[in-house]
Design a protein around this ligand. Sequence first.
Ligand code: XUL
Length: 620
Amino acid sequence: MTQSDDLFLGFDLSTQQLKIISTYSNLKHHSTYRVDFDSELGLKYGIKKGVKSIESTGEIFAPVEMWIDALDICFTKMQNDEFPFNKVKAMSGSCQQHGSVYWSNEAPELLSNLTFEKSLKDQLCPNAFTFQTSPNWQDHSTGPELEAFEKSVNGCHNLSIITGSRAHYRFTGTQIRKLSTRINPELYHKTFKISLISSFLSSLLSNKITNIEESDGCGMNLYDIPNSKYNDELLSVAAGVHPIIDNCNDLQKTQDGINELKEKLGPIEPVGSKSIGVIGKYFVSKYGFNSNCQIYSFTGDNLATILALPLSNNDILVSMGTSTTVLLVTDQYKPSENYHVFKHPTLKNHYMGMLCYCNGALAREKIRDKLNESLNISTKNSWDEFNSILDKSKPLNGKNEIGIYFPIGEIIPNAKPCERRFKFNENDKKLIELKNLDSSNWSIQDDVNSIIESQALSCRLRVGPMLESSSSSSSTEEENKSLNENELEILDRLHKYSESIQSDGAIQSNKALVSKPNKVFYVGGSSNNRSILNKYCSILGALQGNFKIDLGDACALGGCYKSLWSYKCEIEGLKDDYGVWLSNSFDWDGGVEKLNAPDLWDEYVDGVGLLSIAELQLEK
Ligand code: XUL
């Protein structure tokens, strides 16, 4: 690939910083700039870790003005370095999800009349906004709203089927209801448009209010994913005009409230490669952008993360940090109240599944510390002994046993904090709980293997339904006909544990139980631990390889790559879908390590059965 000097920008507006990365058209890195909110703007805006918090109410929010200020500051840093703005062909970006920005009636005019002689913030703040702050994804203040959302559709399961997620404090719909009913109905009514943070940033850059992008729009609890449109019933909850929840007896009032909110949210920008406009005049005259520089819709940070990697259908990204997050590309819409499904930001008819586990690294460290203590190992944080046990371990400790370790309450499965150990009795085919941790039946060494196994098996159990092939048949009979002998034997083994293997209240189909991912990518702190990594690889059984990758700038890079692919599709007539294009252009030799881990997927079939029945014993 030849290197032209065309540049592509990717933005990342996250909780604690604004970052802008530029790459060449062959994906090679050109430059990175950032504004750190705490160190550069902390005093000015009174924020800590990028946000303001009110402990008594659980409110966490950020001043919109700070983000606007940061945009000028970042561009000024680039200008001081003589950044070649005129070489930028296109841009896109990634923003923290769920937060919302409330534009006033004056906003369109203020945006279109910006002059380069003054700063963005002095021209837009406060008059372009009704509410001056934006709720942050860590906010916990919408308890009553969350209940209202779930009640309106008869429960969390139904809400997850419609919107891809059950109700969450941070989701935009619950936040809007809080403002429209509890905080300031008058200001809510005065609001002209509501943006997500992603569409807010693209609005600033194009000097006009841009539409909410569809995949990020799935993080609102308002968008009906199967029907690709807003759900009127949920809009009426957000607007505070629901007939039952809000005792609104006047049908016309309900309909007017729905229409009003629909108008404020505006049309959804469908996923794809269509340009949403060009860079605004302000940036052309102030920084020297080319007036033809294209803007492609910005999206949420988790969605942008999967765009930084060549992930195709049935590929998985496992992020192993304090918490564990699993992102997965799928053509199956299999929502659950325990995880999230969003539309995929570039692949039509595909989705991104997102599993967020609370118990990750800290739970592992707790077992490590206990082990080191029991062996009087003085180097406190050493993983040596832990890893050596793990490397020598047999599946399920060779005794068909599994432990579940949740020092803090878990989302997947929904369970209170607990530490439980189970064994399957082959004779009477029953699950036995081992109550006492003593050397005769269970040792701390068993815990070492068990914690990693149960964490990885939980991922395997839950991604199964999303990995089923799209041609999966409707009836069990038909489905069984499409299974080979090995797969039927696997199902026999599983049925020893239960006639119906389930997770989170949903019975898994036979296809789901025998499906494997194509590629698995591992990122995050714990992926540096080879022994833990090997265990995960051997359990998840990727068909096309396991890869370890350093993804520090994933969100911004996802934005760069999205703009590059979109530009190539739109301007240069590229026909490849995003996954194919990125896989062909991706630098597989730099920064990506192919892992040589054993595939023990078959040996862990019993683990799936055992974990599934053990989880039924947990207290919710
Ligand atoms: C996802 C979520 C967070 C934010 C972080 O649902 O709330 O990952 O997007 O910026």
